[in-house]
Design a protein around this ligand. Structure first.
Ligand SMILES: [Fe+2]
Length: 160
């Protein structure tokens, strides 16, 4: 299977991907580096050992990152958390489908080296960015108004 060259080039951190949430941005940078190292190992035909080591590093960090992103979202009270978690679990299921499904063993690394970068870039640019936007908007609402919105009253100082 040919490796799509554009994935390799696209898979670099750029400030474009910054969500403005420091912890998550740092994790995304590291996550991209690990997935990129795996992609490079496959694309350059490195040893099986190196391919699987870099894959394991990327997969282990994916799990760590999902858990900590989930925590940040929970603590922030993100209303679309459930949808976000569905996306994380779909990716996880997809990973397992590759490793336990019909993909021949010799092709697994190449499939994953295509799937992981594509999924990661799409996910950061869509679902994670949506959370960052929500967080910014939430923080932009004056506390008084936010309380009023929570209690269903738009103008808290006007008796109803
Ligand atoms: Fe996410």
């Amino acid at each position: 299977m040919d490796m799509p060259a554009e994935n390799f080039q696209d898979l670099v951190w750029s400030d474009d991907l910054a969500l403005g949430v420091e912890d998550i941005d740092e994790q995304h940078k590291h996550w991209i580096e690990l997935v990129q190292a795996f992609h490079v190992a496959v694309a350059e035909g490195r040893s099986r050992e190196e391919v699987y080591r870099t894959l394991a590093d990327a997969v282990v960090y994916t799990e760590i990152h999902f858990a900590s992103e989930q925590k940040v979202m929970e603590e922030a009270g993100y209303p679309f958390l459930a949808d976000h978690l569905v996306q994380h679990s779909l990716a996880w299921e997809q990973l397992h489908a590759f490793t336990t499904g019909n993909v021949p063993e010799e092709n697994i690394a190449e499939y994953l080296a295509t799937f992981l970068p594509q999924w990661l870039m799409l996910h950061i640019n869509s679902a994670d960015r949506q959370f960052a936007r929500w967080l910014k908007e939430r923080d932009a609402v004056p506390a008084e108004l936010a309380d009023a919105q929570l209690s269903g009253r738009v103008f808290p100082n006007i008796p109803v």
